[in-house]
Ligand binder design. Structure first.
Ligand SMILES: Cc1cc2nc3c(=O)[nH]c(=O)nc-3n(C[C@H](O)[C@H](O)[C@H](O)COP(=O)(O)OP(=O)(O)OC[C@H]3O[C@@H](n4cnc5c(N)ncnc54)[C@H](O)[C@@H]3O)c2cc1C
Length: 486
């Protein structure tokens, strides 16, 4: 093993979460090393993005121009053949109202999109170590630092780096860090996803041609649904999300299982009328994934934090994965910068990250599980989802509508008091961990939880004009915590 190197921040994993994290830390002047095990572009599912990622996070690492220069598919929202109005299609448009100029998002091929983010992180000043697999993270904290042991895959040469802060952004199959290993899996989203790619698939009529399209179907184990994501170069990503009990049969022959299900969906069948299964790698495969809905019991320990899928993932429906990954990376990067600069104690900074991300997780969890209620009319889904998803702390902030607003869900004009910072952040954290646990353990029928029933955390930190955490003087208010959980 070579002599140990040092860095302020070591980020493990070069997906969207890791690249945003590394770019933001490097831009703040922290020496940052980003480990990515793959040597070049790699396939990843997760092609449908939300406006929050495009509009607020990408510009922060300078990735906007490169993304705009690509020919990715522009989308204005999601279109459904779903629920009590299934005979017609209906659309959930992005944006707070039906404005002509709603925030737009993209459908991307992740191999190229993730490369843009990686190179943006490098341009921000991060050192990228490609083809390097991190194999363990040592004990420590932000004072002593932690060691990352890694191996160069080609030469099998092992090395170590000591960083003041380590970020685990290794995705769903994350690197095991014993203090952060425990995960709670969702009982409600016990699903299996099966997907493949088609060439020459049809598109919805303008202006919906870039929209993700969803259509429900019935399986032997209950209701399932199709995603149909238009990609560039005539490619379409098509998958089915079904009850997990379907997994055994899919394991026998996933390609036939997927084809049989799609054949029962009239709208999808019509869209695929002139399409053929893709024959070029990596799109020639039919893939399976199950047990992907979970949250880690803790997102951070002294000197180390988990972001992106390594921390949590809700469900495939409505494309929250890359949003939670990039929004979480933004929050956690603020917390690391504030900790390492000595501006804010580590426990406060990291609790702020975790409780805000958990709140966003809670909002999406509520929204997506309620959408599985197949009895509602389209206007009910749309009205309720708009209220829920467009009023959440994270999404509002990412849209730049309240960057200087420390609140979000919890801005209620409560009077100020000298509440203790540590007690307040602990209260937030305990409440959000408890609420996420409650959500993950729930296995009853789908229910459309209203936004008022979600816990409202009292955000402790505010954001200054540079987008960094500050402790605002006299802004700690008497908490008005939601006590009821429906
Ligand atoms: C079926 C399915 C469909 C989905 N569809 C969507 C969608 O339409 N829209 C959406 O937003 N999300 C979707 N998602 C979720 C989305 O794929 C993830 O949320 C997103 O990729 C998370 O980003 P990440 O950076 O956390 O992890 P990843 O994108 O998984 O990146 C992790 C990176 O870490 C690297 N790595 C792992 N271990 C190590 C190591 N030890 N050392 C060095 N490098 C390492 C990997 O090579 C990889 O590049 C979907 C998920 C599933 C299961």
């Amino acid at each position: 093993m070579d002599e140990a190197q040092t860095a302020d921040v070591a980020v493990i994993g070069g997906g969207p979460a890791g690249s945003v994290m590394a770019g933001l830390c490097a831009k703040a002047g922290l020496s940052t090393v980003l480990f990515e095990r793959e040597n070049g572009p790699r396939y990843r599912i997760g092609e449908s993005l939300l406006p929050a990622t495009m509009r607020q996070v990408l510009p922060l690492i300078g990735a906007q121009d490169a993304v705009d220069a690509e020919t990715y598919i522009v989308k204005r929202g999601a279109t459904f053949c779903w629920g009590a109005d299934k005979q017609d299609i209906w659309t959930l448009a992005f944006g707070p109202d039906q404005a002509d100029d709603p925030p737009l998002a993209l459908n991307v091929d992740r191999a190229s999109f993730d490369e843009i983010l990686l190179s943006s992180a490098q341009k921000c000043g991060a050192t990228l170590l490609r083809g390097h697999d991190a194999i363990s993270v040592g004990d420590g904290d932000a004072q002593q630092g932690r060691s990352v042991t890694y191996i160069h895959r080609e030469s099998a040469k092992q090395n170590a780096l000591r960083a003041r802060f380590v970020v685990n952004a290794t995705g769903q199959m994350r690197l095991n860090i014993p203090e952060l290993d425990a995960r709670e899996h969702s009982h409600f989203f016990r699903k299996v996803a099966v997907w493949g790619y088609w060439v020459g698939g049809g598109r919805l009529d303008a202006p919906l041609e870039g929209n993700v399209f969803f259509e429900t179907l019935e399986t032997e184990h209950g209701t399932a649904w199709v995603w149909y994501i238009p990609l560039r170069n005539g490619l379409t990503s098509v998958g089915v999300v079904a009850p997990r009990d379907c997994l055994a049969n899919l394991r026998l022959d996933a390609r036939t299982g997927l084809a049989n299900w799609l054949a029962t969906c009239p709208r999808t069948t019509e869209l695929l009328r002139n399409a053929t299964p893709a024959e070029h790698a990596p799109y020639d495969q039919v893939s399976l994934c199950a047990d992907y809905s979970y949250a880690s019991k803790a997102f951070s320990a002294p000197g180390v934090v988990q972001v992106g899928d390594a921390a949590c993932f809700v469900d495939v429906l409505l494309s929250s994965g890359v949003h939670l990954a990039t929004y979480g990376a933004l929050l956690a990067a603020r917390s690391i910068k504030a900790t390492l600069s000595g501006a804010i104690p580590e426990d406060i900074a990291m609790a702020e990250y975790e409780s805000r991300l958990r709140q966003e997780f809670a909002v999406f969890y509520a929204g997506l599980s309620g959408l599985y209620d197949m009895e509602k009319r389209s206007q009910d889904y749309v009205g309720w989802l708009r209220a829920l998803l467009q009023n959440s702390n994270g999404v509002l902030m990412e849209w730049g509508q309240s960057l200087d607003n420390p609140g979000g869900l919890n801005v209620d004009g409560a009077s100020c008091s000298d509440a203790d910072l540590h007690a307040q952040v602990q209260r937030n954290l305990t409440m959000m961990r408890g609420y996420n646990s409650y959500q993950l353990a729930y296995e009853g029928p789908p229910k459309a939880t209203p936004i008022a029933a979600l816990p409202a955390i009292r955000n402790v930190l505010a954001i200054d004009e540079h987008g960094e955490w500050i402790i605002p003087a006299h802004t700690i208010r008497t908490p008005t915590l939601a006590t009821s959980v429906t």
